[in-house]
Design a protein around this ligand. Structure first.
Ligand code: ME8
Length: 672
């Protein structure tokens, strides 16, 4: 197929100072669905995501953990890329701001703007807190000029810094906002930018720092590091080779078709970044979309507040497509929305299990029962068939329109109109009644055929949003050819002798009460863990203070932190549950040489545990051994096998020995 053109879509690059939650997942899932949609509808797509790894916050997060900033970001990036892999995110490029090519690109940009006079050296004036090494504005201060972070008195101070002439671009930006309103979506956010920033007039922006060193050095003045936001926004072009090799991706994909971001960073993307591009004489992104926040307990999710929902648990229990569907369908892109466990489970049951899942299982079952599993040929069409056909064949163009406006919830609603109309069609045509009358076989055939056509179209429409569900529907319908978006616009595409293939339910029905309880317990655990981390941080900060008071350096105090953190309190110990267990079955892990998959008897219960003991134990020698199980660890999947706990073992570099029991005692007995 001829390409319809190039399409460049980006997410924000996420900070590497904390684990990502469903807020970050939301942006990435939305950008991913758009990238998939554009590829599927014929565009040559570049989809960029990545990580923002410099700045004081990250340096501090690393220090707290007793790591160097580089070690810290390397660890964090591993967990972020692993999450995107679990979520089957289809990015083409993953940029890290610590990549050499990005750093060079940013330095080149900084140098150019300095050389042409758009960056100049001046003094940054503000209230300075020496112990915190931070500048504050008057409005941020507490009483008596107190530092908002530590409360100590700040002093007026001046520091040398570099500034970007943002003010120079105010008028051009205003004009651009007027002529190209797409620069800022949705409209409410555009108005906010105009009224709060552009109309009052822009001030020059301080773009260097000297109070910490985890950043890209100013190329001609190494005491300064480049401000993290100046560094970060450049990723959108350095990822395409700007400053290095501009003839390939940069030429092909810049300007971006859309930067998808959360509403709190719209100013950086619609004012600061465009002004920088103007200074560089580069075209501006076509569209910046600032979506709303997912709120939890009516508040913005934040790790420090302990009100965070992580995607892993939802994916593990309900499947990736369920989470993707919920995020894109439940929240209106552009507006804030509340996450609750109740709405999550209820929507899964109503839309996925009932509407979609039942439609597929009923259709396949009826084709099997009434026509030996073969999708029949169509007979004469009646009015009701034509009405169905009309709904089905008009859906794809409507989805295209909604996706042009990034209205994911409307696109999915449109697909559910198809599903809803088809379910109604079953009630109207009552195939089970037709099946009782031999003379109505041709009518029954037509109905079954139309139902199969509807599911064929549904599978195509769903592909950009729920790839694996779409494939499952395709397979159960017995279709093997490649899917094409345009085929969703035509009725009657199923051709030849096709045999359906009954499969598992797409989305098993959930017990709402039970699942909500389970998820709530999970939320409480997360909040407790956050609180414990905060307490630890506070006590470490106190330790640091004491060290300082004794005249020791802050660095020494940080060095000591890991030692302190290995001491467990009795409360920490009480959180773990140890139980005796008997190994009743052991076999090699299908995908990993070092692992064994064990079945354990733990009282009445059987548990599967994956253990890294294959080097030291043969599977057959383990059966019958009594071991000690850490019984309340969160289940994890290890190379595709679920592991519900961990067994204790002693190990050194050479050898590993299982911890066993000195005497007989029933399995499931508590160990304390
Ligand atoms: O701001 N609801 O990174 P970040 C919806 N590094 N979306 C949310 C959300 C929520 N509750 N919480 C986070 C940064 N997000 C910078 C970006 S770009 C050049 C630099 C999403 O890790 C949303 O997209 O704080 C938001 O803008 C982004 O995560 C912030 O991620």
């Amino acid at each position: 197929m001829m390409s319809k053109g190039n399409y460049y879509v980006t997410t924000p690059i996420y900070y590497t100072n904390a684990k990502l939650h469903i807020g970050h997942t939301y942006t990435t899932v939305a950008a991913d669905a758009l990238a998939r949609f554009k590829r599927f509808t014929g565009y040559d797509v570049k989809f960029l995501t990545g990580t923002d790894e410099h700045g004081q916050k990250i340096q501090e997060a690393a220090e707290k953990l007793g790591r160097t900033p580089q070690e810290h970001v390397d660890e964090m990036v591993k967990s972020i890329t692993a999450l995107w892999k679990t979520m089957d995110i289809s990015h083409d490029v993953f940029i890290r701001t610590t990549d050499e090519k990005h750093k060079k690109g940013v330095q080149g940009i900084f140098q150019q703007l300095y050389d042409q006079g758009d960056i100049y050296k001046d003094f940054y004036e503000g209230y300075y807190c020496k112990p915190c090494e931070s500048f504050w504005t008057q409005s941020q201060l507490e009483e008596d000029h107190g530092c908002p972070e530590c409360g100590r008195t700040t002093e007026m101070a001046k520091e040398e810094a570099y500034f970007f002439k943002l003010s120079k671009y105010g008028d051009r930006l205003k004009k651009h906002f007027k002529e190209h309103p797409e620069i800022c979506y949705p409209e409410a956010r555009r108005k906010e930018m105009i009224n709060n920033f552009l109309e009052p007039g822009l001030e020059d922006l301080c773009v260097s720092r000297t109070s910490f060193d985890w950043g890209i050095p100013v190329p001609f003045d190494k005491k300064h590091v480049i401000y993290v936001w100046f560094d970060a926004v450049c990723n959108y072009i350095t990822a395409l080779g700007y400053g290095e090799d501009q003839d390939k991706d940069f030429k092909k994909f810049w300007p971006a078709n859309v930067h998808i971001v959360g509403k709190e960073i719209v100013r950086f993307h619609t004012i600061i970044w465009p002004a920088m591009l103007m200074a560089l004489d580069l075209p501006l992104p076509e569209k910046v979309y600032g979506h709303g926040w997912i709120l939890f307990a009516a508040d913005k999710m934040s790790k420090s507040k302990g009100n965070v929902v992580y995607p892993e648990v939802l994916i593990e229990r309900y499947g990736l497509d369920a989470l993707k569907y919920f995020l894109l369908r439940e929240f209106v892109f552009g507006q804030d929305g509340n996450y609750t466990n109740q709405t999550f489970i209820t929507r899964l049951n109503a839309d996925l299990s009932n509407d979609l899942g039942n439609l597929l299982s009923r259709t396949v079952a009826m084709v099997e029962k009434y026509n030996g599993g073969f999708i029949p040929q169509v007979g004469a069409m009646e009015e009701v068939d034509e009405e169905l056909q009309q709904v089905l064949t008009s859906a794809a163009s409507k989805v295209e329109e909604h996706m042009e406006d990034l209205q994911y919830h409307d696109a999915l609603e449109e697909i559910w109109t198809v599903i809803g109309r088809t379910n109604k069609y079953i009630d109207e045509t009552t195939p089970w009644v037709l099946a009782k009358d031999e003379k109505k076989k041709s009518r029954l055939d037509t109905v079954l055929r139309n139902l199969s056509e509807s599911l064929r179209i549904t599978a195509i429409l769903l592909k950009p949003f729920m790839e694996s569900t779409s494939k499952k529907i395709w397979k159960q319908l017995g279709l093997t050819e490649e899917m094409h978006w345009e085929d969703a616009k035509y009725f009657g595409k199923i051709s030849g002798l096709i045999k359906v293939e009954k499969g598992d339910a797409l989305f098993p029905r959930l017990d709402v009460k039970k699942e909500v309880e389970l998820l709530e317990a999970e939320n409480k655990k997360v909040a407790a863990a956050q609180q414990a981390a905060k307490d630890k941080e506070a006590s470490m900060a106190l330790g640091k203070e004491e060290q300082k008071a004794k005249g020791k350096s802050a660095e020494k105090a940080t060095d000591k932190a890991p030692e302190e953190s290995t001491m467990a309190t009795i409360e920490d110990f009480a959180k773990l549950e140890f139980k005796t267990a008997k190994i009743i079955e052991a076999k090699a892990h299908p995908n990993a040489d070092k692992l064994l998959v064990l079945q354990l008897q733990v009282g009445e219960e059987t548990r599967q545990v994956v253990s890294g003991i294959a080097k030291d134990y043969k599977a057959e020698d383990l059966v019958g051994k009594d071991v000690i199980l850490v019984a309340n660890l969160k289940p994890v999947k290890l190379r595709g096998e679920i592991s519900q706990g961990m067994i204790l073992a002693a190990s050194n570099e050479d050898k590993l020995v299982l911890g066993t029991l000195d005497g007989e005692i029933p399995s499931g007995t508590e160990v304390s």
